[in-house]
Design a protein around this ligand. Structure first.
Ligand code: CP
Ligand code: NVA
Length: 308
């Protein structure tokens, strides 16, 4: 079953084909009103369930719009309103949903839920973010980088701050798309060792550099994310802020890079915390292209999952 669960577990050729397909579909709709159906309707007569156990703006809207553009229909469900949130097993939920829908996207907490759902579903399952990874975001980010700067192979990406779920998917992408990644942040918030090992084993240079100004030297892309993720306890807030303040992406840090790198953030951002408004709205920022490209990248992912 072609589930899209993570970047490191997806075939490399399939990943590059998906990016090319996303670009082709994006170009084909250039200038059209958002509600215009695509000329091709690969999801005609298809029903897609979008399950959210955490909040979402981009993932929810981009999947919903993407399915509709391709001729399909969606059901947007929140975990707490489903029996899933009231004791029904994930396995039974997977078996039941598979009788009604052709594809399931889920945003959840622990990735074990995603894997259990995929194991028991007889339709493809897509990872719309877990505590551990966010592969759809990074597919959009690969598309965005390549639109602006050409192939990402051999380039240097710098991740600043918390080595979180999005950072893990960046490391998986480093291994698959062949770029290097430098992490700059505190020791206690370093990325998952398994993700760093995956990238290194695939031939990427993975560096940990405590000094952010040094880290960004020669970088082609600088990435930030919130200091606290949705799965993090709010009680950690003050400590996190104190730890992460030195890693803020601001004009001084962009200058330390010679203003050469693109700036990315998956959003939502906390302006003035992990990144300043001057950088977010500055000439190097491609944050809204990233957000748009969620739509195009995920349409390609859904087509791949459904073999259409
Ligand atoms: N980047 C992202 O996944 O945004 P949402 O949480 O709004 O879906
Ligand atoms: N790291 C963030 C990403 C949000 C899209 C979180 O998990 O909350």
């Amino acid at each position: 079953m072609p589930h899209f669960l993570d970047i490191h577990t997806t075939d490399t050729d399939d990943l590059t084909t998906m990016i090319a397909e996303a670009r082709r579909m994006k170009d084909a709709r250039a200038g059209l009103p958002k509600g215009t159906p695509d000329a091709e309707q690969p999801l005609k007569d298809h029903m897609v369930a979008l399950i959210f156990e955490k909040p979402s703006t981009r993932t929810r809207v981009s999947f919903d719009v993407g399915v509709r553009q391709m001729g399909g229909q969606t059901l947007v469900l929140t975990g707490s309103e489903m029996q899933l949130g009231h004791g029904e097993t994930i396995a039974d939920t997977a078996r039941v949903l598979s009788r009604y829908v052709d594809l399931i996207m889920i945003r959840t907490f622990d990735e074990a839920v995603l894997h259990e759902l995929a194991e028991h579903a007889s339709v493809p399952v897509i990872n719309g973010l877990t505590d551990q990874s966010h592969p759809c975001q990074i597919m959009a980010d690969m598309l965005t980088f390549e639109e602006h700067r050409g192939p990402i192979r051999g380039k240097k990406v710098v991740w600043t701050g918390d080595g979180n779920n999005v950072c893990t998917s960046f490391l998986h992408a480093a291994g698959k798309f062949g770029f290097d990644l430098t992490f700059t942040g505190p020791e206690t918030l370093e990325p998952a060792a398994s993700a760093m090992a995956f990238a290194r084993d695939a031939g990427s240079k993975v560096v940990i550099e405590r000094d952010p100004a040094k880290a960004v030297e020669g970088a082609d892309l600088i990435v930030a994310d919130t200091w606290l993720s949705m799965h993090d306890a709010q009680s950690a807030r003050e400590r996190r802020h104190n730890q992460l303040r030195p890693y803020q992406v601001n004009e001084a840090l962009m200058q330390a890079n010679g203003n050469k790198a693109l700036f990315m953030h998956c959003l939502p951002a906390h302006r003035g915390e992990e990144v300043t408004s001057a950088v977010m709205d500055g000439p190097n920022s491609v944050i809204f292209d990233e957000a748009e490209n969620r739509l195009h990248a995920q349409k390609a992912i859904m087509r791949w999952c459904l073999g259409r």
